[in-house]
Design a protein around this ligand. Sequence first.
Ligand SMILES: [Fe+2]
Length: 299
Amino acid sequence: MTDRDPAASADQAAREHGLVESVVASFANCADPRLREVMSSLTRHLHAFIREVRLTEEEWRTAIRFLAEAGRLAGDEHQELVLLSDVLGASMQTVAVNNEAYEHATEATVLGPFFVTDSPGIPHGGDLAGGAAGTPCWVEGTVTDTDGSPVAGARIEVWEADEDGLYDVQYADGRVAGRAHLYSGDDGGYCFWGLKPGSYPVPHDGPVGRLLEAVGRSPQRVEHLHYMVTAPGYRTLVTQAFVEGDPQLRLGDSVFGVKDSLVKRFEDQRPGTPGPDGRELDGQAWSRVRFDVVLAPQP
Ligand SMILES: [Fe+2]
C-alpha cells in the first residue's frame, strides 16, 4: 500500500462520513420513532463496517449473492437465515439482550430452527419419541417461581433430534416425532420419556455451511434437549438442557448457546434396570435426567 496524501485522506474520510450522515438524515421524517432509531443505528454500524474493512465491490457482490441464496433456502423446512443468525451469535445476543438474568431463574438460550407449533400433547410419563430412534431417557423436574412456589399448569414444549441427529421436520415422510407438550401438575412437577440427546451438526449443505467451512469452524452442536415453558404471569422461557460430559462442550457450540447452568447430568442406566415408572425396556440401556425449571416473573 502506498502512502496516501494526508489531505486527500481527510477529504476521503469527509466524503465517507458525509454519506453516512445523508443516509441517516433520510430517515428524519419516519413517523415511527423506533423504526427511525433502528434504521439510523443500522446505517451507522453497516457503514462503519464497510469503511473499517475497506470492503471491495467484489466482496459486497459476494455478500449479496450469499444473502440471496440463503433467502431462497428459507422456508418452513429449511431456515437458512435463522441458521445464519445462529452461527453469527446474533440469535444468542438477541436472547441475552431480551432475557436479562433474573435472580436464579433458569437461563434462556436460542430457539433454533426446528421448533414448530401444534406439537402433540402427552400425559405425565408419556413418551414423546413417537418412534424416533435413540436411547430412551426419563426426564423429570419441577416448574417453580423464583420463590420456589410450584407453577401449576405451565405448558412445557420439548423437542429434540433422533440418534441420527435429525429433527422430524427433516424427515421426508412428514411424520411427527421427538416433540410434544405437557403441563406441569399441581405440585409443579412433570415427567416424560424422551431420547437421550445426541450430537448433531447444524445443517451445513447450504451457504451457511460453506461459510463455516471457509472460516474453519465446526457445524457441531453440543448435545441438547429443547424446552419452551409458558405460564400466565411469567416470562416465556426458551432454553435447552445440555449433556454433561459431551466433548463438544470443550470444543465449542456452533451457535454459542451453552450456559454452564444449563449443563445437566444424564445418568446412564444399565440394561435391565427397571424404568422409574415400571416401564419394561426389554433389556435396553436408558438414561435419566432432572431438569428443574425456574420461571422469572413477567416484566
Ligand atoms: Fe437442536
